[in-house]
Design a protein around this ligand. Structure first.
Ligand code: HXC
Length: 260
């Protein structure tokens, strides 16, 4: 249900990009249990692959993912979903240490929007649509929609989306800060992969720590976060990457200081 592949110029060790395409066209990539299991498996495999420095998740056809699978959900009872802690395994996406770029080509609804928000950088194709329509099904978002959306776009817009279930366009998602770029659909994956290469090209430890520090901001007070950031910053002085880059920095400093 997912396709994984390496773009052509994936030759440099550690500098590669792993692309995962959701592929369940008959249901607009609705995230049934089997699809999500395949996705987690693929993401974990890339996270453990030393050739890969950045991961891209995208959809196919007109959907990124149209949500959790409604037909699977409709059969379940409270005791069943509660005892199994349904959807708790989705959080495994956020345990991945390498950056994940979501290339959102089309519908990102319900669990699809929540999956996108679990990723680190959200790029929208020009035809993408975002929404949390769970309220129309008598439930609420269950994989971070009420929590991550408010952090991304603020209370009023998050409330509006969760309470009305209305969809927003790629441009509106950009305007409210849900995504960082809108790209013509036909170039979306290419641009996401290009961005992936530019990240994978950097020091692998600093990239991971940077992701960890930025994500920590959602869970810590400012004082805790600043302390955490500084400790990670200090720790990076123990890496080879920092030593190499520092030399370049010194050259840069010498040429610039007289101009200041
Ligand atoms: C199962 C789905 C599905 C879904 C679409 N399909 N979304 N199947 N679960 N979430 C299926 C349809 O049943 C249909 O199958 C086929 O995909 C094509 O869909 P259409 O509706 O014919 O396409 P279209 O008219 O283009 O409309 C697209 C759409 C609409 C606007 C995205 O499909 C839609 O509203 N889907 C539901 C979106 C939704 O409510 N998502 C939230 C789910 S709840 P057939 O066999 O008829 O061709 C959720 C909870 C998350 O995500 C909780 C935590 C994880």
């Amino acid at each position: 249900l997912v396709e994984t592949r390496f773009p052509e110029d994936n030759s440099v060790v550690g500098g590669g990009v792993g692309v995962i395409s959701l592929h369940r066209p008959k249901a607009l990539n609705a995230l049934c249990d089997a699809l999500f299991d395949d996705l987690i498996h693929a993401v974990r495999a890339f996270d453990g692959d030393d050739d890969i420095g950045c991961i891209v998740i995208t959809g196919s056809g007109k959907a990124f993912a149209a949500g959790a699978d409604i037909s699977e959900m409709s059969k379940r009872e409270f005791a069943d979903v509660y005892k199994k802690n349904m959807f708790s395994q989705w959080a495994d996406i956020t345990k991945v240490s390498k950056p994940i770029i979501a290339a959102i080509n089309g519908f990102a609804l319900g669990g699809g929007c929540e999956l996108a928000m679990m990723c680190d950088i959200l790029l929208a194709g020009s035809k993408a649509q975002f929404g949390q329509p769970e309220i129309n099904l008598g439930v609420i978002p269950g994989a971070g929609g009420t929590q991550r959306l408010i952090r991304a776009v603020g209370k009023s817009k998050a409330m509006e989306m969760c309470l009305t279930g209305n969809r927003i366009s790629a441009q509106e998602a950009l305007d409210i800060g849900l995504v960082s770029k809108v790209i013509e659909t036909e170039f979306l994956l290419e641009e996401a992969v290009k961005m992936g290469f530019s990240i994978a090209d950097k020091g692998s430890v600093s990239v991971r720590m940077c992701k960890e520090a930025v994500n920590a901001a959602e869970e810590m007070t400012l004082a805790e976060g600043l302390r955490f950031e500084r400790r990670l910053f200090h720790a990076l002085f123990a890496t080879k990457d920092q030593k190499e880059v520092e030399l370049k920095g010194v050259r840069l400093k010498i040429s610039k200081v007289p101009e200041v």
